[in-house]
Design a protein around this ligand. Structure first.
Ligand SMILES: NC(=O)c1ccc[n+]([C@@H]2O[C@H](COP(=O)([O-])OP(=O)(O)OC[C@H]3O[C@@H](n4cnc5c(N)ncnc54)[C@H](OP(=O)(O)O)[C@@H]3O)[C@@H](O)[C@H]2O)c1
Length: 332
């Protein structure tokens, strides 16, 4: 065991119902018990981090708290020997950054069962460009492929296409040879979605509420990142035997549908969780992104910030003004 180490973290304090994140010096003795101590080099920014930093008790119950649901870095202590000291690992999801001190600190201590070995030839910064959002997009695509989705079946729709999950899904599906229809509420993102590989970009009105229980079958398959009524409308437009991977709730948590898409067209609704699934399932997707699923445009367009920029960047998320992938570089 190494002795306690002092480190810097962007930690959020609560004062009379107000929440403020500041740069603080902590000790590894302040971290929770766990098998693996990791020196974090990069984290990634997610909407959930913005919720945690603003005191959302559904995400983080008690303060002071260090957010950051994603982290990548080097193992410096390992009670189990696996992962080995000196190896690079990726940690996303489970309780990291929620009620376990997260990746906005230079060190985290977590169970060994949360650590994915860094795929060979990959690095912490690249992993964090994808982060939980990229992992979720990968899991959505993986589920469609497992259900037999193939490019020759027809168009695949992606809702919330300009978002963090949606944009990776667009690029990944396009490079796998699918004809991707990006559904986006942002007209000014048409060029960037086309550059990611979308063959068509349509507005959210493609999923406007319609009283009919079934609509013209337009899409062979889909990735839905928004939920709510747009998901219900998407299900009505899926071709017989097609599948929809569903991972998000920005348009609502209620899903009001009929059974008709399922019993008359055999449509499959596939739930995707990137947080609590077994580590081995995450590892499969990380290895693919480090291999033939590499999303070059996503990697090239990411921006990098330091801890001093976190407050502004997280507030932009809450206002819906955040765009593109943002990584936190602890050396910046
Ligand atoms: N299941 C999991 O494990 C998991 C993991 C990560 C994220 N998520 C969830 O997945 C969803 C997407 O995450 P994200 O990181 O991509 O979020 P994001 O970057 O905020 O993107 C969401 C996108 O949805 C669209 N949108 C926003 N409000 C909408 C509304 N009211 N109606 C229709 N579309 C709307 C917007 O895209 P356009 O303007 O292009 O339409 C927005 O860019 C979130 O609900 C998040 O909680 C789930």
């Amino acid at each position: 065991m190494t002795s306690n180490v002092e480190f810097n973290a962007w930690r959020v304090d609560e004062h009379e119902g107000n929440y403020k994140g500041t740069e603080q010096t902590l000790s590894t003795a302040d971290l929770p018990a766990g098998e693996v101590l990791i020196k974090v080099s990069y984290s990634s920014l997610n909407y959930k981090d913005a919720l945690s930093a603003s005191g959302n008790k559904g995400v983080s119950r008690s303060f002071p708290h260090t957010p950051g649901i994603d982290a990548a870095g080097e193992v410096v202590e390992s009670a189990t020997g696996t992962p080995a000291v000196g190896s690079q690992v990726i940690v996303t999801g489970y309780d990291l950054g929620m009620n376990t001190a997260g990746g906005f600190g230079e060190y985290i201590r977590v169970p060994a069962a949360w650590c994915v070995p860094m795929p060979s030839g990959w690095d912490a910064k690249t992993a964090m460009i994808y982060g939980t959002a990229g992992l979720t997009a990968g899991l959505c695509v993986q589920k469609l492929l497992t259900m037999g989705a193939r490019p020759e079946q027809g168009k695949v729709a992606v809702s919330g296409a300009s978002g963090a999950v949606g944009s990776v899904a667009v690029e990944l599906l396009a490079q796998l040879g699918f004809d991707v229809v990006a559904i986006s509420g942002k007209a000014d993102h048409t060029d960037s979605l086309t550059a990611l590989g979308a063959t068509e970009v349509v507005g959210r009105d493609a999923l406007t509420e319609d009283k009919k229980p079934l609509l013209k079958p337009t899409f062979a398959n889909a990735v839905d990142t928004v939920g709510g009524s747009p998901l219900a409308e998407l299900l009505k437009q899926i071709k017989p035997g097609g599948s929809v991977s569903c991972c998000g709730l920005v348009a609502g948590v209620q899903l009001q549908t009929t059974v008709l898409p399922f019993i008359l067209r055999g449509v499959n609704l596939l739930g995707v969780d990137s947080v609590e699934i077994p580590l081995a399932e995450k590892e499969v997707v990380w290895k693919k992104f480090a291999g033939d699923w590499k999303c070059e445009k996503t990697e090239a367009s990411a921006s990098k910030i330091g801890r001093a920029d976190l407050d502004t960047a997280l507030k932009a998320f809450l206002k819906g003004e955040s765009a593109g992938k943002i990584v936190l570089d602890h050396s910046a």
